[in-house]
Every structure is written in structure tokens, then in C-alpha cells.
Design a protein around this ligand. Structure first.
Ligand code: C2E
Ligand code: CA
Ligand code: CA
Length: 593
């Protein structure tokens, strides 16, 4: 049995267990890497393994690349040739055993040398098993299966909780690290729910450990059933990419929600979990009632590493405990005060698009030299049936945590284009209209497609449309984002960088991406002209922008003093209450006249 469970996120991933058709269980999906300089032998083994039902086979025929490949691909086992040019199987085996993250990796050495001395040496170096060349197909299948079965068993001991059979905390850390990588790549949010039973210690004390354990098992079953019931595309819950439940510690469970059916939100799942647990349990002739407190953290807003996601979900859970039993709290501290509201808003938000409850207001963008209105920023509002007109602070971040933001974003683009066409029709001079976009809209090139569709439908000039990205979107330095941003630029719309200065400080991406405008965040404008730091920053940004051939717009201008200072710097445009708040389209026309 493995005594040192690989605890780091970069160690081998635990093998799943379960069943499949060829009697191999999930072992069929274990990844087997073969390192052999003889391509024909590799093909023979590949064929044998495929016939035996193994589906994941990778091969390396250049032994100098082997270690790097093992480190990046993390196979579940190695089939290793001994005699290879430049780097021998001995060398590779030695390196594997010296690598702290690979030292537990099963290695089956393939050798035609049947002399005892070679075998002894290989065993001393830590080989798991031998396979004689030429390879016999049934022998190969047997060795591979046994080797993987032992690994799966070790993984099970290291990664699963014996009481509830749920994955344990080590497994969770692995899974979260993988999920963070996947979500960062696919720009898809996921949530961590930290679930803690209320008053569990009391039950433990009054009923004894045996009943308390039985209760934990039943709780785990109900939670698990709920989680499985929420899987979006019916993936088994313990496979990568699916929703999953693990036992975090004594009476604490962690759900990772990756894939929810359209319209279902993490907060609603949390509520279902609470309701499932609130039904009475019958344990050893007692009827037991128990509640759970739940904290929710959502990637990437509430954390961008496995550790920070867990920490923040836990802190939200502790906060919910503090408030009282059966509470749900979001980590996102700004919304904590309104989390009850938020739950209600979440579910109403879904219907709001269909019911046409959103509006766009327009805030004028003013040329700093002529003081003429040259454009507008479209800002969304929700005309809520009971609560009146809501600003985006109340709902954009909620929408961002589900697929809703994509539909909402598409609506904003289409409505802005419709409005531009209407204004054009009324003979109003060319106005440039800016829309705000959120990160998830960039996934799968959605944004450029949505832009093209609306531009075509309403017959507006793409050059009159601006999309505003935030610094954090562009800073991700991700290929998919770069491609998506370039696709947006190719539609002919301009790209503006919103909230400039609030993100990170590296400016490399300013050159890399096809930007046309920087918007200086209101927090810098606020201190002008008196605050020296703000003045220095704004001055530097204007100079930088000019250097890069970008236009600069200052946001949140409220005073004459700010206006004059910005004029003196040579800033191009401003927005702010000094000229106008965001207003309805008909008021905008009035303002133009
Ligand atoms: P933002 O893009 O930075 O928009 C500027 C915000 O500053 C607007 O708030 C605007 O009303 C406010 N503002 C403008 N001038 C002044 C001023 O002189 N003083 C003060 N105190 N505030 C001023 P709003 O409309 O509440 O929007 C807040 C944020 O919501 C926006 O920040 C933007 O990030 C987001 N947002 C708005 N509409 C959309 C949308 O359609 N899609 C997405 N994804 N986000 C949106
Ligand atoms: Ca904006
Ligand atoms: Ca802004």
C-alpha cells in the first residue's frame, strides 16, 4: 500500500475505479505510456493493448524526450525499453525514481535480456515488474492490468475516505487543481460548495460514534444523489469534468460544481443540498434532524487557485455558520450583505431576458477639446418588476457565474446595434457606441459571431461600434483569448480597454493586442487635480497611450477642475456626471439637440 499519497497537484492523478465492458473497469481508461526506440514494437504493443480493451496509449520513440513527456503527461504506468541509444531505460528509470512526483509511478521494464544480473539491477533501480521480449499478447495484458489494479488500489487507499467511500481531501486538491487549469483554458466558471453539518458534535456526544458514523454515511449518500442529479450532460460524477462530492473532514463535505444544466445555479444546488439533508434520518431507531451551512466560492471571481477557492468557500461557510443554522453564503464579500436577495435574483434573472426586462442606458462620451458629444457607452439596467431599476452591480456578477452572461451579452450587442440603426435613421450624426463585454463571451469565439450577426441584422457600420474589455480579460495571456480578441478586431469594431490601471501592471499586452482606446478608471480621476499620485498616474497613462497611438478616455469626471486638468494633459475624451449620467435613448437625443 502506498504510504505517501502524492499530495501535490503536479503528481500523478488518482486512477478512477468502476466498471466497463471488457471487465477492466475504469482501468481501461488509464493512460499507458510506452518508451521504446523501435517503432514497430510500439505498434505491436499498441495493437495488443487496444485489443485487450485499453484505450489510452501514448508512445515515445525518442528516449531523450521521455522524461519531459512523463512529467507533462503524467501517465498511470510506463512500459520501458532498456536498450536505447543516448538515454537508456536504466537512465530513465533512475530519473523517474528520483523525481519526488514520479517516484510512485509503476514502471514495467521490457527486456529481452533474461540474465539474472540485468533483472537484479533493474529491480534495485525500482522497476515494478518485467516483461520479456518478444511480447506475448496475453502476458502483456495481464501485466498491465495487474500493475494498474495495484495502482488503483493504492490510489483508493490514498484518495478515498473509507467510511463514506467518497474521495478525500487529497483527491479534492488534485481535482480542483485540474479543474482550475481546465476552467482557465475554457473560460468556464465553476463553484466550490463547502458544506458543514450544524450541531454535529451534539449528535456525536449524545448518540455515540457508531450512530454518528452511520449518520455521516447517510448524509453522504443524500448529498451524492443530489449532486449526481445536477450533472449537466450526465457524466459520471467522479470523472474529470463532472460535478463531484468529497469528504473534506469529519462533518464537512465539499461539492465541486463544474457542469450544471442550463438555468441551474450554484446557489440553487446549495439549497437543494440543504433540503435533502433537512429531511429526517432514521439511524438505529432514532429519528434525527440535522441542517447544513454552506459557503460558495466561484471561479474565477472568488479565487484562481485550488487553495484560494477552498479557503474562500470555507470562509463563506464559516460566515454562514456565524449567521445561524441552515444558511448559505457567497464568498464574494460585496454581495454577502445581500445574499438572500441574491438567491432570489439568481432565479429571476433567467426569466428576465425572455420577459424583456433589460434596458440600455447611454452615457455620453465627450471630446475634451470641442466638448462635443462624439459617442456613448451603453450601460445595462434591469427593470425589476418589484425592485425597480437595478444597476449592474446587483446582477452582472451573478450572471457571470452562469451561462446567462453569454445570452445577456448577446442581447446587449444586439440592442445597441438596433439603437444605433434607429439613431442613424433619425439622421443623427455618426455616434460611436461602446458596449461592455464579460470574459465568458470570448469563449468559442462567441463574441465575434454575436457581433457579426447583430451588425449584419441592423446594418450598422462596424467602425461605429466599440467593445470594452477589462484589463483582467486581456491579461490572462491565453491563446484562446488572443485568438478571440483578434477575431473581434477582424469584424471591424474597435477595442477599448476599460478600467485601465486597476488591473495588473505589465503592459506587454498593450502592444500585443489590437486596441484603439484606453479608459482611465474613475478611481484615478477622482483624486484629480489635487492628489499627486493620481495626477502622476493619469499623466503617465496619457503619455503611454499617445506613445502607442491609442486614444484615452477618462471616466467619472464630475468637476470642472478634473476636466481642466485632463484637457491640459491632452486626454482625448471624457465621460462623467459633469456632462451627464447614463440616460435613456430619448433623453440622449434631447441632449444632442
Ligand atoms: P464601467 O464600464 O466602468 O462603467 C462606468 C460606470 O461608472 C457606470 O456605472 C456609470 O454609471 C458610472 N459613472 C459614469 N460616470 C460617473 C461619474 O461621474 N461618477 C460616478 N460616481 N460614476 C460614474 P454602471 O452603469 O452602474 O455600471 C457599472 C459597471 O457594470 C460598468 O462599469 C461595467 O463594468 C458593468 N456593465 C454595465 N453594463 C454592462 C453590460 O452591458 N455588460 C457587462 N458585461 N457589464 C456591464
Ligand atoms: Ca465600461
Ligand atoms: Ca470603466
Amino acid at each position: 500500500m502506498s504510504s505517501s499519497a502524492p499530495a501535490s497537484s503536479s503528481s500523478n492523478s488518482p486512477l478512477p475505479t468502476g466498471t466497463n465492458s471488457k471487465g477492466l473497469g475504469m482501468l481501461a481508461h488509464a493512460s499507458i505510456m510506452m518508451i521504446d526506440d523501435e517503432p514497430i514494437l510500439v505498434e505491436v504493443v499498441r495493437t495488443f493493448l487496444a485489443e485487450s480493451g485499453f484505450t489510452e496509449f501514448v508512445s515515445i520513440t525518442d528516449p531523450t524526450l521521455a522524461i519531459a513527456a512523463i512529467q507533462t503527461q503524467r501517465p498511470d504506468m510506463l512500459l520501458l525499453d532498456l536498450k536505447m541509444p543516448k538515454v537508456s531505460g536504466f537512465d530513465i528509470l533512475k530519473m523517474v525514481r528520483q523525481d519526488p512526483y514520479l517516484k510512485m509511478l509503476p514502471v514495467v521494464v521490457m527486456t529481452s535480456a533474461s540474465d539474472a544480473e540485468t533483472k537484479l539491477r533493474v529491480l534495485e533501480l525500482g522497476a515494478t515488474d518485467f516483461l520479456e521480449k518478444p511480447v506475448d499478447p496475453s502476458e502483456l495484458a495481464l501485466r498491465v492490468r495487474n500493475t494498474l489494479a495495484v495502482k488503483a488500489y493504492n490510489d483508493r487507499m490514498a484518495y478515498f475516505d473509507p467510511l463514506t467511500s467518497l474521495p478525500n481531501r487529497s483527491f479534492l486538491m488534485h481535482q480542483l487543481a485540474g479543474q482550475v487549469r481546465r476552467s482557465a483554458r475554457t473560460l468556464s466558471p465553476f463553484s466550490v460548495l463547502q458544506i458543514n453539518l450544524d450541531r454535529f458534535n451534539k449528535i456525536n456526544e449524545s448518540l455515540g460514534h457508531r450512530s454518528a458514523d452511520a449518520l455521516l454515511v447517510s448524509v453522504a449518500e443524500r448529498l451524492q444523489a443530489c449532486i449526481r442529479g445536477t450533472d449537466g450532460i450526465g457524466r459520471p460524477a467522479d470523472q474529470p469534468g463532472g460535478n463531484s462530492l468529497s469528504r473534506f473532514s469529519g462533518d464537512e463535505f465539499t461539492a465541486v460544481l463544474v457542469d450544471l444544466p442550463e438555468g441551474l445555479l450554484a446557489g440553487q444546488v446549495a439549497k437543494r443540498l440543504q433540503d435533502a439533508i433537512a429531511r429526517p434520518f432514521h439511524i438505529d431507531g432514532n429519528e434525527l434532524f440535522i441542517n447544513a451551512s454552506i459557503g460558495i466560492a466561484t471561479f474565477p471571481n472568488d479565487g484562481d487557485t485550488a487553495e484560494s477557492m477552498l479557503r474562500n468557500a470555507e470562509s463563506a461557510m464559516r460566515e454562514s455558520k456565524r449567521i445561524g443554522p441552515k444558511t448559505i453564503r457567497y464568498f464574494n464579500s460585496a454581495y454577502n450583505r445581500e445574499s438572500a436577495d441574491r438567491l432570489a435574483l439568481e432565479s429571476q434573472l433567467h426569466r428576465a431576458i425572455e420577459r424583456g426586462e433589460f434596458r440600455l442606458l447611454y452615457q455620453p462620451k465627450v471630446d475634451l477639446r470641442t466638448l462635443e458629444i462624439v459617442g456613448a457607452e451603453a450601460l445595462i439596467r434591469w427593470q425589476h418588476p418589484e425592485r425597480g431599476l437595478l444597476t449592474p452591480n446587483f446582477f452582472i456578477s451573478i450572471a457571470e457565474q452562469s451561462r446567462l452572461i453569454i445570452d445577456l451579452g448577446a442581447w446587449v450587442i444586439d440592442e445597441a446595434c438596433r439603437q444605433m440603426a434607429e439613431w442613424q435613421h433619425l439622421g443623427i450624426r455618426d455616434l460611436k457606441v461602446a458596449v461592455n463585454v464579460a470574459t465568458p463571451q470570448l469563449a468559442e469565439n462567441r463574441l465575434s459571431k454575436d457581433l457579426k450577426r447583430s451588425i449584419g441584422r441592423h446594418g450598422v457600420k462596424p467602425s461605429n461600434l466599440i467593445v470594452e474589455f477589462t484589463e483582467s480579460i486581456l491579461m490572462q495571456n491565453d491563446q484562446e483569448i488572443d485568438i478571440a480578441v483578434k477575431a473581434v478586431a477582424e469584424t471591424g469594431v474597435s477595442i477599448s480597454l476599460d478600467d485601465f490601471g486597476t488591473g495588473f501592471s505589465s503592459l506587454a499586452y498593450l502592444k500585443r493586442l489590437p486596441l484603439t482606446e484606453l479608459k482611465i478608471d474613475r478611481s484615478f480621476v477622482m483624486g484629480l487635480p489635487g492628489d499627486k499620485d493620481s495626477a502622476a498616474i493619469v499623466g503617465a497613462v496619457v503619455a503611454l497611450a499617445r506613445n502607442l497611438g491609442l486614444q484615452v478616455t477618462a471616466e467619472g469626471v464630475e468637476t470642472e477642475g478634473q476636466l481642466q486638468f485632463l484637457q491640459s494633459l491632452g486626454c482625448n475624451q471624457f465621460q462623467g456626471f459633469l456632462r451627464s449620467k447614463p440616460i435613456a435613448p430619448q433623453d440622449f437625443i434631447a441632449l444632442l439637440k
